[in-house]
Design a protein around this ligand. Structure first.
Ligand code: UDX
Length: 454
């Protein structure tokens, strides 16, 4: 490895993640993958949700002032947050990049900039400095196509659609229903559509596109995309199979999750987590709690501070709720998710279907209960439940009786076993794709040659 590094030390790549947990993890995993292949790494990051640089002694970090907190940006309106980022960061980002390009050491050259697709402002900045820009899209390929179709529908004047809860096929994307259109709650819907249009056009005109996915999982979507976006594509995922995400976690992971799982029977535990952004109301929280309790299935539940709107943490749980479950439940604020999913005691995952969670579940052969809330999660849930058929979609209002039934179907009934069989099959495909000669392995080799060609 050191020999490889010596021969390639002249190439540096500069990465810029979108400062949200589900985007920081894959970007820093990609940094690791490239570093391991002999490239030097610089990460430019915002002060908002800045990664812990001490976990990455081999990388160079530069922070830029983003003014996001001053503007009141928060994850409760991600569309507004991303809009602020795309406006506010232009000048500090350009200054930072300019400085990095001027101070480049003699023995080194900067190959390119790799930025999250959502940070579309970086395209013009990179162009103005004559630096190639490669895009990392941290979600799945199918959901990206669904976003593209959504922006097209907007341009054609389809919105507002009368019934967003409809089961009718989505125009432009018949594999999905109208209710699966990847919308995001925001106080400014027009801004959301403009954002989609910018992401699509700046991705299309980038030098290349990297995916945290693998060919065998999204073959048809990839073919469609290659036809529509005539730029080099690299499906090198799943990234976390090369490097875990624990070092880029913004919250500290409670390891009592693992010691608790160690005491449980194989495949007996339902793991419940809705990622880093989703928020629910008190009524939904209580239905989930009673549904979990009534199912009779033991569970490990991540209740992130801020998950329940208006509450710090568990205050709205009825007194004695946990005690009554008599050791059948464990609640934490944040878990080492990948270790939890890989644990032999874990038998199912009730998830919001963020792309990282979806991939992590597939990689461990864990069937899912899908409860998508916004954006790509809806598309991922549709693929999990109806295309790959490795999970059940909890579609209606959250209600304890329905929750109990769906948990039993996944954890205890034959249906769950069948889904487990199918997800194990996908898991095997992941392993093959990462092995020498496999699709992700080869795509990574192509990416490295591509980066060396600049
Ligand atoms: C966001 C969007 O919501 C999601 O739809 C999009 O695909 C990516 O960006 P998020 O909601 O946080 O992401 O979900 P997800 O993509 O699943 O990422 C969460 C990450 O946090 C995963 O890597 C997961 O392993 C990690 N995690 C989650 C923990 O480490 N501990 C936890 O307790 C929960």
């Amino acid at each position: 490895m050191e020999n490889q590094r010596e021969s390639r030390k002249k190439r540096r790549v500069i990465l810029f993640p979108l400062p949200l947990q589900g985007h920081i993890n894959p970007m820093l995993q990609l940094a690791h993958i490239l570093y391991d292949k002999g490239l030097s790494i610089t990460v430019i990051h915002t002060n908002f949700n800045s990664p812990n640089s001490s976990n990455y002694p081999h990388f160079h970090f530069c922070s830029i002032p983003d003014g996001l907190l001053e503007l009141g940006a928060s994850t409760s309106d991600v569309v507004a947050l991303i809009k602020h980022l795309n406006v506010n960061c232009v000048v500090p980002f350009r200054d930072c990049l300019d400085k990095l390009l001027s101070n480049v050491e003699e023995k080194e050259s900067i190959a390119c900039l790799i930025t999250d697709a959502a940070c579309h402002f970086t395209h013009a900045v990179a162009d103005s400095l004559n630096l190639p820009r490669i895009v990392l899209r941290t979600s799945g390929i199918a959901s990206f196509l669904a976003f593209a179709a959504t922006s097209l529908l907007h341009e054609k004047g389809y919105f507002p659609i009368e019934d967003f809860g409809s089961d009718a096929p989505m125009p432009e994307f018949p594999l999905l229903r109208v209710k699966d259109i990847p919308l995001i709650d925001t106080h400014d819907a027009e801004n959301f559509y403009q954002f989609l249009i910018s992401v699509m056009s700046h991705t299309k005109s980038s030098s290349g596109l990297i995916w945290n996915s693998f060919q065998e999982l999204e073959q048809d979507a990839l073919k469609t995309l290659e036809r529509d976006f005539r730029i080099p594509m690299f499906t090198i995922g799943p990234f976390h199979k090369y490097f875990p995400a624990s070092s880029s976690s913004l919250l500290s992971q409670d390891t009592s999750s693992i010691s608790w799982l160690d005491k449980q029977a194989p495949k007996s535990i339902l793991y419940v987590s809705f990622g880093s952004i989703v928020a629910i109301n008190e009524t939904e929280f209580l239905e989930i709690a009673w549904g979990l309790a009534g199912s009779g299935v033991p569970f490990l539940w991540v209740v992130r501070p801020g998950l329940v709107r208006g509450y710090e943490w568990l205050e709205s749980l009825p007194k004695g709720f946990l005690e009554k479950l008599d050791g059948r439940a464990h609640i934490v604020k944040w878990a080492p998710q990948q270790e939890v999913l890989a644990h032999p005691a874990t038998g199912g995952f009730w998830t919001h279907n963020g792309w990282n969670s979806t991939l992590e579940s597939i990689c461990e052969g864990i069937p899912m209960i899908c409860q998508p809330c916004f954006g790509d999660q809806k598309v991922n849930a549709r693929y999990v439940s109806h295309i790959w058929r490795v999970g059940l979609h909890l579609e209606n209002q959250l209600e304890r009786g329905e929750i109990e039934r769906i948990i039993r179907r996944v954890m205890l009934e034959a249906e769950g076993q069948e889904m487990r069989g199918r997800v194990m099959h996908l898991r095997k495909k992941v392993d093959v794709s990462l092995r020498q000669g496999g699709s992700s392995y080869q795509s990574l080799e192509s990416l490295i040659s591509f980066l060396e060609s600049f």
